[in-house]
Every structure is written in C-alpha cells, then in structure tokens.
Write a protein that binds this ligand. Structure first.
Ligand code: ADP
Length: 467
C-alpha cells in the first residue's frame, strides 16, 4: 500500500499538517494559560493591595491595634473569588478563609520580611486543583505584616481542561478530515498521470503514431505529456526511417542479386562458347562490385548511426587530397569527354578524417561526372575563409529539379530511379557526404538550376578539433 504515490502523498501531507496543527494548538494553549495566570495574578495583587490599604487605615483608627485593625479590615473585605489573610510573622491576625480551608504561606516569612515586593506562588489545597497566592509586605502602625491573597484554581483549571478537550477531540477530527481531503486531492491530481500511463501502455510498435492527450494548461502534467509525445514522435520517425531503410536496402540488394542469379541461370542452362561465359561473368562481376559498394555504404551509414564510426583525425593538406580525388576520377571523366577544371589553391593544412573526406569528395565528383552529359565541365574550387574551408564542385549537367531538392540528401533517394540505376548509384552517396561534412562540424549545400548544372558546396571549420 505504501508503494502507492497517492497513499504516500497523503501520509506526508498528514504528517506535515499534524505537526503544524499540534504545534499551533500547543502554542495557543501555552499563551492562553500564561494570559490566564497573569490576569489572575493582577486581580490577586489588586485584592491584596486593597486589603493592605484598608488594614493600614483600620489599624491607625484603632490606635495602632493591628489585630483589631485586621479583623475590621477583613470584615469589610469581600471578593467573589479571593480570600485574604493578614499575618504578623507566622501567626495569622485575621482571615476570611472559607470553613475548613487554611491559608498556605508559600515562602520563608523571615525572607519575606526583608522583601518589599509581592511574591506569587501556586500552592496545593482548595479541592484538589490548588490555588494561586500573592504575599504582599505591608507596614501598619509600627509593625511589619503580610497580606496573603489566595484564589482557588478550579475555574482556571476548568477553562484549561475544556480547552484541552477541544484539542484532544478537534485534532484527530481535523486530521481525519485532512487525511480524507488529502487522499481525494492526491487522487484527483494524479488522475491525469494514471490516464497517461494507461494510454502509454497501449502504445506499441504497431501504433507508435498514437499520442497522449495533452491538457490545455501549462502545468507540469501537460509538459510531461508534451515531452512524452515528442519522444514518441522521435521514436516514430526513427522507426519509420528504419523501416524505410530496411525496405529500400532490401530492394536495392534484390536487383543486383537477381541479375547475378539470372545471368548465372542463363549461362548454366546449356553449354556455351567461352566468350559467352566470359560475358556472363563480366556482368556478374559488375553487379557483385555494385553490391559490395552498396553494402560498404550501408555499413558506413549504419556505423555512423550507431555512433561506432569515430573520426580518425590526422593532419594533411586539403589541396593535396582534392588533387588526389581529381586524379582518381580522371579515367571516368575521360570516358565521357568531361573536362575537370581544378582551380589552383594555396597550401591548405587541415585536421580531420582524411579517408572520410576523400569519400565525400569522391562521391560529389562521381555524381558531377555521372549526371553531366558528355563533353561537359566539372569545376573544383577550394577557398579558405576566416575559420573555414569551402570546397565547391560544379558541373554543367542536367541539374536537380526544385521539387527533389528537399530529399536530395535522403538515403536511397534518386531523382530519376531508372537513370541513376543505369549510372550505378543506390542513392547513398550524398547521404554519406552529408554525414561526413557534419561529422567534421561542417555542412553541405547545393544550388542547382534545372538544365544549367549544379554546385555542391562543402563548408568545413578549419580546425575540426574545436567543432
Ligand atoms: P547516387 O548514388 O544515386 O548518385 P546520391 O546520393 O549520390 O546517389 O545522389 C542522389 C541523387 O541526387 C542522384 O540519384 C541524382 O538523381 C541526384 N544528384 C546528385 N548529384 C547530382 C548532380 N551533380 N547533378 C544532378 N543530379 C544529381
């Protein structure tokens, strides 16, 4: 039961509320009893002072006879609650105490003699509740006397007792009401969480597109639902792209595999000339090459996605790397009569993953040559700007239609499926190039006018170690 957040919240609430309520009640009780005592002490002192004044007057009227003065003073003295006694030393001269009750002198009277201030004390007696007394030194005639004013505490005790009763009964009742209220409140506040977890429980791989209901408020629960929905959207997107990737990958793999199988089947269906076998094997070799390039590309991207492809950073000259790449695609460009215009650049020392950047540049050059008609021109220009290096590869090819622009860097995307396949691409070249640029803290962009060629520009920070 304690595992339930509702119960735990209620218990915590009760604990805090109970401690506060008990502390508050105790403070009220103490304050009230102190006020009652001080009011009592004031009324006792008033009674004692009145009695002392009367005692002094009566004693002087009786010619200095203190006993007669005391008796006379007390006959006139009647207070509703207080009783008075007048002492000389420890012997009472007179008192108006009720029958059977005896005044109690709280302290040593020899000490009291020297004292000129009243002494307050609580004493036992008076029906079990005790009494409050004040002892007031007084001079009458030529003698020192004490006036003792006493008030029984039963009224006082009754008031405190009734207040304690209120607390004893009220505290548990208040706690019970607070507990029920707290539990209902906790249940109401947690109801959206319960609803959310029920909804979330129903979401699985087959219905990842479903979302939690988000309240219209800006509270924590709406925020939680929104965050959870964003997480679901991210999962949904990556799940969808994984599904698309798997579907595209199997589609791409199926084509060369079926060509290889078909070619082998045809070659083996009957005895053939050596030349025919040679031709079939050449087709098979071609498709096998395409397959292994495709698998390499897919592996590279899968490793990049899994974060397993860390950069192997080293120092090299970017201009040398670009020269190498231009040389590597020369035979391809010569076949189509395409001129490669490599604009000269100064030495550009660079720090990065040379192999990955080589692959990126080769992919861009390969595309530029593939998608440019015979006798076209491919231009490579490298410029150093403050803090970055820009590599621009332009061609005089067919360009990229505007509607294809948003997807051009997507995996397996080809503007014209049939044409690209003839050219040998699977639609992974630009995805790898984009990843390579971004892994170095840079970016890749392109401008293209249909029919007027394309320019792909890679911008890399000069020092990728700070990227
Ligand atoms: P592929 O391996 O098919 O070339 P890429 O990812 O390299 O795949 O390119 C994706 C698509 O973008 C290509 O199929 C092609 O249609 C288009 N494309 C890429 N570069 C160029 C370019 N320089 N000129 C025209 N189209 C291009």
């Amino acid at each position: 039961m304690l595992r339930s957040v509702r119960v735990r919240l209620t218990l915590w609430y009760l604990l805090v509320f109970g401690v506060l309520l008990a502390g508050f009640s105790l403070a009220i009780y103490l304050k009230l009893s102190r006020d009652l005592y001080s009011r009592l002490d004031r009324s006792l002192l008033n009674a004692a002072r009145t009695a002392a004044a009367s005692f002094q007057t009566e004693t002087s009227e009786k010619g200095g006879n203190a006993r007669a003065g005391a008796a006379e003073a007390l006959v006139e003295m009647r207070f509703p609650e207080s009783y008075i006694a007048i002492y000389q030393g420890s012997s009472p001269l007179a008192s108006n105490y009720p029958e059977g009750e005896h005044p109690v002198i709280p302290v040593d009277l020899s000490y009291v003699k020297q004292s000129s201030t009243p002494i307050f004390d609580s004493v036992p007696g008076f029906g079990g509740d005790g009494a409050r007394q004040v002892l007031l030194p007084v001079k009458a005639g030529r003698g020192d006397y004490m006036v003792l004013a006493t008030e029984p505490l039963h009224d006082f005790a009754e008031q405190l007792e009734s207040m304690r009763r209120v607390f004893y009964l009220g505290l548990p009742a208040a706690l019970a009401v607070a507990g029920i209220g707290g539990f209902l409140l906790a249940r109401k506040s947690l109801a959206p969480v319960v609803a959310m977890s029920n909804q979330a429980e129903r979401i699985g791989a087959s219905n990842l597109h479903e979302r939690l209901t988000v309240g219209d408020g800006a509270d924590e629960l709406s925020h939680l639902a929104r965050v959870f929905n964003e997480l679901l959207s991210r999962l949904d997107r990556s799940f969808e792209s994984m599904k698309a990737f798997t579907a595209d990958a199997s589609h791409e793999l199926r084509t060369p595999l079926s060509i290889i199988r078909g070619e082998a089947d045809v070659a083996l269906s009957q005895d053939r000339e050596a030349l025919e076998y040679r031709e079939s094997l050449a087709v098979i070799q071609d498709e096998a090459r395409r397959l292994s390039r495709l698998v390499d590309d897919m592996l590279e991207l899968a490793r990049a996605d899994a974060g397993q492809r860390s950069l192997r950073i080293q120092e090299f000259y970017m201009n040398d790397l670009i020269d190498d790449c231009a040389r590597a695609v020369q035979s391809l460009s010569l076949k189509k009569g395409i001129r490669i215009d490599l604009r000269p650049s100064s030495d550009l020392p660079f720090c990065g993953d040379e192999d990955l950047l080589r692959r990126m540049i080769l992919n861009l050059l390969d595309n530029a040559i593939k998608y440019t008609p015979d006798a076209g021109v491919v231009t490579i220009e490298t410029v150093q700007e403050s803090g970055s290096i820009k590599i621009a590869i332009s061609d005089t090819g067919a360009g990229i239609p505007a509607e294809a622009a948003p997807q051009i860097f997507d995996r397996f995307f080809r503007v014209s499926q049939s044409r690209s396949r003839i050219e040998g691409g699977a639609g992974l070249g630009l995805a790898i190039a984009k990843w390579a640029a971004e892994a170095h803290g840079g970016n890749i962009s392109f401008v293209s006018n249909a029919g007027a060629g394309s320019t792909f520009t890679v911008t890399l920070p000069s020092d990728t170690r700070t990227a």
